[in-house]
Design a protein around this ligand. Structure first.
Ligand SMILES: [Zn+2]
Length: 94
């Protein structure tokens, strides 16, 4: 349900949620009980760019375009030396 802003004549601003078809033009202020009018307010799109949004986006994208992993990322892989015999250095490598 959308969140709507209301402002009473005293200047108190409060929020309330309503179904879009049932939102009133005014409602009673919780502090002074006067009729508070509904205000225009910008949509809250702040989820874009957040970690939550990136996770949802990458999860949806990976369902259709799985990421291909071609190797280890980060440091280049180094061969482990098993021997120190210099003759073994001349052996063919795979
Ligand atoms: Zn008020």
């Amino acid at each position: 349900m959308p969140l709507y802003d209301f402002r009473c004549p005293e200047g108190t601003v409060f929020e309330s949620t309503f179904p879009m078809a049932m939102v009133p033009d005014s409602m009673a202020c919780p502090e002074c009980q006067q009729q508070a009018r509904r205000q225009m307010s910008p949509p809250r799109l702040s989820i874009a760019g957040s970690a939550e949004f990136r996770l949802i986006d990458s999860t949806k994208r990976s369902a259709h375009e799985p990421e291909v992993v071609t190797g280890r990322t980060g440091a280049a892989r180094q061969a482990t030396r098993y021997t120190h015999n210099p003759l073994h250095q001349k052996l063919p490598r795979p």
